[in-house]
Design a protein around this ligand. Structure first.
Ligand code: ATP
Length: 308
């Protein structure tokens, strides 16, 4: 199927000479949730801003729904809703009016029934006549989403949707985003919160220093790059790992009290049974054991570190 967004060889050099994006290739499928992860200054906002037509690219091309974002700007832009981090609208306007007004900016005829539907979907309907300044932080974020949806876009970009919000509100937002996807909207979000990408995304792109380091289905990424560790707490501290256990590449931590065995969970054999037998053979008695699966965070940190 044709991707809803196709980015090819996209580069951006700012006037200062700084290269914020270096040859990005990326395709987004209709209906997916794609999370763009990266450290500060990686180029996430620049990439989104180019796709949304706010910043010009230096090189490369982007199509949205088959429309070139430069030659066919209006058609491309009308398919996109962008949820910025901050609410900058008039604080004295009502929720309903601000959302309706945004729809008008896209040249769409008024459609109060549609606006009411979005407000209901986002649990803002009760607040439709309230002024923006009367809303809580969480509600203001929902208003941002309502505004971005006001012109019935196919694609929604969310820039750091839960930056600085508390845990329960974050979970609320995740629910809202999931519902939007169920309604057929393609979602692209940038986030610093790895937990957010782990929780929400179908696919993940990791960007660092203007390069896309990888794009993978989340499940594949966790499986491919994730290693598992077995931690064995021993009864008597060890001064060194006995020679007979050399093939396991064990790490000795915690002043000799913990042995760490790293294994590939995809591998045919983990060799755990053999390790336990060999430990016994070596006279090492185990007090406790624990396994640990590397998280998306471990994977992210090691990838970005490798690049630096
Ligand atoms: N107008 C500009 N002129 C020069 N450099 C810029 C400009 N805008 C952004 N940059 C630089 O480009 C790089 C990428 O910025 P960008 O905002 O895209 O990163 P980001 O991944 O969104 O970061 P953050 O997570 O901090 O928002 C940064 O080093 C930034 O300083």
């Amino acid at each position: 199927m044709q991707p809803i967004i196709a980015v090819s060889r996209l580069s951006k050099k700012y006037d200062s000479g700084f290269e914020a994006l270096k040859g990005i290739d990326l395709e987004i499928a209709r209906g997916e949730i794609f999370a763009l992860l990266g450290p500060n200054g990686a180029g996430k906002t620049t990439l989104i801003s180019i796709i949304c037509g706010i910043v010009n690219a230096s090189d490369g091309a982007v199509t949205v729904g088959g429309h070139d974002i430069v030659r066919d700007y209006r058609a491309a832009r009308s398919m996109i809703g962008l949820v910025p981090q901050e609410l900058t609208t008039d604080q004295f306007e009502s929720v309903f009016d601000t959302v309706s007004f945004t729809r008008g900016l896209f040249g769409k005829a008024p459609n109060p029934t549609y606006i009411e539907k979005i407000l209901k979907d986002l649990s803002l309907y009760d607040k439709r006549d309230n002024k923006l300044r009367e809303l809580s932080g969480g509600m203001k974020r929902r208003v941002l989403i309502a505004k971005a949806l006001s012109h019935e876009p196919d694609i929604l970009f969310l820039d750091e949707p839960t930056a600085g919000v508390d845990v329960s509100l974050r979970k609320d937002m995740w629910e809202v985003i999931r519902k939007l996807r169920e309604s057929g909207v393609t979602i692209i979000l940038t986030t610093h919160y790895i937990e957010e990408a782990e929780e929400m995304a179908d696919r993940i792109g990791i960007i660092s220093q203007g390069r896309l380091l990888l794009v993978e289905r989340k499940a594949d990424l966790m499986r491919k790059l994730g290693v598992k560790q077995l931690k064995l707490e021993v009864r008597e501290p060890l001064a060194f790992v006995p020679e007979s256990l050399a093939t396991y590449n064990l790490e000795l931590n915690d002043e000799g009290r913990t042995l760490v065995y790293t294994f590939d969970r995809q591998g045919e054999r983990t060799r755990i049974t053999a390790l336990l037998a060999d430990l016994q053979q070596a006279g090492i008695r185990v007090r406790d054991l624990d396994t640990h699966q590397s998280s998306l965070e471990d994977i992210f940190v090691s990838l970005v570190k490798e690049q630096q």
